[in-house]
Design a binder for this molecule. Structure first.
Ligand code: CIR
Length: 262
């Protein structure tokens, strides 16, 4: 593993985990299974990592887990909150072995860790941070006990946990994410209750809901949502797009392929 020298004031680290050999066997909940091209997925993953690196992010690879099909979706295993990391308690039993590798990676960076434990469950994809507000999707993967544990960890650190219902997609961040200015973006047919979010900007495409904040003026998103990309560009953002079609076939989106530590 590549361990960069850490300047806590300036660090911008992206944790990533390369696709497993059995990626095509990943979990599916809301969509039909279609064949996944592993070779193409690997090429797309290289492109995703290169896009982060080109924007100045230091890339740290979590030890690969070749037999854990969903391990590439590293966002679900560990969540970064400034100076601490929370190792999750994944809602899918097939994903519970993913957290040990993620823990080794954050510990190697010197980041203190907290743990969520069963019977609490919580996937990182259900957690959307906007400043000190932490929206958490109550989903098939994330239960009330998991949310309560996260609140107990975060309240002393000055964060407010806000549970929100999620029933139409896998994770909260499959339905909504936020632009750098805090505007929540979402594709209305996938959002249970958009009144929770203020301001809320509807986007015209399913794959336009997910952005990674690269910088105060730039976002990374799927190339499968050109109308949404144009909307963000019109608001003054520089938009970097990547093709992640093979991960979208497994209900993945652009956020879940990395954990940003900043
Ligand atoms: C799963 O069902 O767990 C994976 N196939 C997809 C996880 C995507 N993660 C995310 O959106 N945060």
């Amino acid at each position: 593993m590549d361990i960069p020298a850490l300047d806590p004031a300036a660090r911008r680290i992206a944790l990533v985990r390369r696709p497993a050999d059995n990626l095509a066997e990943g979990q599916l909940t809301h969509i039909e299974r279609v064949p996944v091209d592993l070779g193409l997925a690997r090429t797309q993953w290289d492109g995703y990592v290169a896009a982060l690196a080109a924007e100045g992010w230091d890339i740290v690879e979590v030890e690969p887990a070749p037999s854990l099909p969903d391990s590439v979706f590293i966002e679900d295993a560990v969540i970064s909150f400034g100076d601490v990391a929370v190792l999750t308690s994944p809602g899918a039993p097939t994903r519970r072995d993913e957290t040990s590798g993620a823990e080794a990676a954050v510990r190697s960076l010197g980041v203190p860790v907290h743990h969520l434990v069963l019977p609490g469950t919580l996937d990182g994809g259900d957690v959307l941070k906007i400043g000190r507000d932490v929206y958490v999707g109550r989903s098939l993967r994330t239960n009330d006990a998991g949310i309560d544990q996260l609140r107990d960890i975060l309240a002393p650190l000055g964060y407010t946990v806000v549970p929100v219902p999620i029933s139409k997609v896998l994770h909260l961040k499959s339905a909504v994410t936020a632009l750098p200015d805090g505007t929540v973006i979402g594709y209305p047919p996938l959002v249970d209750d958009s009144t929770v979010f203020d301001p809320f900007l509807p986007v015209p495409e399913e794959y336009g809901t997910a952005v990674v904040v690269l910088a105060p003026d730039a976002v990374l998103m799927s190339s499968a949502a050109p109308l949404s990309a144009a909307l963000f560009a019109a608001r003054g953002y520089r938009v970097v797009t990547v093709d992640i079609s093979e991960f979208e076939k497994l209900e993945g989106c652009v956020t879940c392929l990395s954990v940003r530590i900043r």
